[in-house]
Design a protein around this ligand. Structure first.
Ligand code: A2P
Length: 339
């Protein structure tokens, strides 16, 4: 049995990764349709060693496909995901549009695959935010063993999370500044991103946190099935192209030694421990966070200031595990469960 798939946002950073991951994994794809806006209709995108013609989303008939992978922004999903779902297509949506609806599963296959039960109610499954996905993959085994009460997290997030405009802005500013030229007025970010760190991702909320930070609160609680877990995030954009890093400081109910945590993580699905207490013995965005599927964990150590505290450094490819790969793993899980 094969599945016909539409990739919505196929010309974007995540859409391109979806197409290459679909081609490289053994997902049973039939026809693949590359959809984007009218602007890029008629162009071409790579699918493995083939080229696909880009079609206009607005003209597409979703009854031709069984799976739709959406990554073209929340407003596009708001309009087209319900139409696709009504046409019988299962939508896996990478935007924040439906994530907080009670009847929409929000799924990281290593953490909460059973949340897929009942997805047929809406025919839409939400893919979580990139910074939340890599964090919960690493925290799930620790929560099972020692019950996480509180998560303090600071993120160091790559510009590819903003899509192609973020990647282009960092590249252009870097080139200009290294050539002694002034930069153009920033457009993807409110301040210069090259050689800088911006404590601002997504829009500000009434409580003074940003929406990216609140996503980490809401989504961690929903995915871990722990409405009581306390999350205190600071989300920061840094001048890295690919790969998000996170400094995570946990407060547990039971003490957990760094040694035990390392063993639990070494056995956890989707996790690779790289923790050598030596020069370079830890994961970084450029070395592990690009074109790799795993969530990498290092710097595992007991908090010297707290009796049940534990610290971690978590790195993963935000475009793959944080978006495209997780969406395709959701599709694979659906197929394994008999879609
Ligand atoms: P397009 O290239 O035609 O604008 P990124 O986040 O990397 O910028 O990618 C966004 C993706 O979403 C692109 O593929 C973009 O297509 C697509 N997209 C944006 N707006 C729309 C729209 N209104 N209809 C269809 N696709 C859209």
């Amino acid at each position: 049995k094969t599945f016909d798939v539409a990739v919505v946002g196929a010309t974007g950073a995540v859409g391109e990764a979806m197409l290459s991951i679909l081609a490289e994994r053994k997902f049973p794809v039939g026809e693949v349709y590359a959809l984007a806006s009218e602007r890029s209709a008629g162009g071409r995108v790579a699918f493995g060693n083939r080229q696909l013609k880009v079609e206009n989303l607005a003209d597409f008939d979703f009854s031709k496909v069984q799976i739709g992978l959406f990554s073209a922004g929340a407003s596009v999903s708001a309009e087209y995901a319900p139409k696709a779902a009504a046409a019988g297509c299962v939508v896996i949506d990478n935007t924040s549009q439906f994530r907080y609806d009670d009847d929409i599963p929000l799924v990281v296959p290593e953490v909460n695959p059973d949340a897929l039960d009942g997805f047929e109610l809406r025919n839409i499954i939400a893919n979580p935010n990139c910074s939340t996905i890599q964090m919960v993959v690493a925290l799930k085994p620790l929560d099972d063993a020692a019950h996480i009460e509180r998560i303090n997290v600071a993120t160091y997030q790559a510009v590819s999370g903003t899509g192609k405009p973020g990647i282009e802005e960092l590249a252009q500013q870097t080139v200009r500044l290294l050539n002694g030229q002034d930069i153009q007025p920033p457009s993807a970010y409110p301040k210069q991103i090259a050689f800088n760190a911006l404590p601002h991702i997504d829009v500000f909320q009434d409580n003074g946190y940003t929406k990216e930070e609140m996503k980490m609160v809401w989504e961690t609680q929903k995915i871990m099935g722990r409405a009581d877990i306390r999350v205190n995030p600071t989300a920061v954009r840094i001048p890295v192209f690919y790969g998000h890093s996170e400094a995570v400081h946990l407060e547990l109910r039971e003490p957990l030694s760094a040694l035990d945590a390392r063993e639990l993580l070494a056995r956890a699905p989707g996790v690779v421990v790289l923790d050598e207490h030596a020069d370079g013995g830890y994961p970084t965005a450029v070395t592990e966070g690009v074109n790799n599927d795993a969530v990498y964990v290092g710097r595992i150590r007991e908090d010297i200031s707290h009796p049940t505290g534990l610290n971690l450094w978590i790195v993963s490819d935000n475009v793959r595990k944080g978006a495209a790969l997780n969406s395709i793993q959701i599709a694979e899980t659906l197929v394994a469960r008999g879609l």
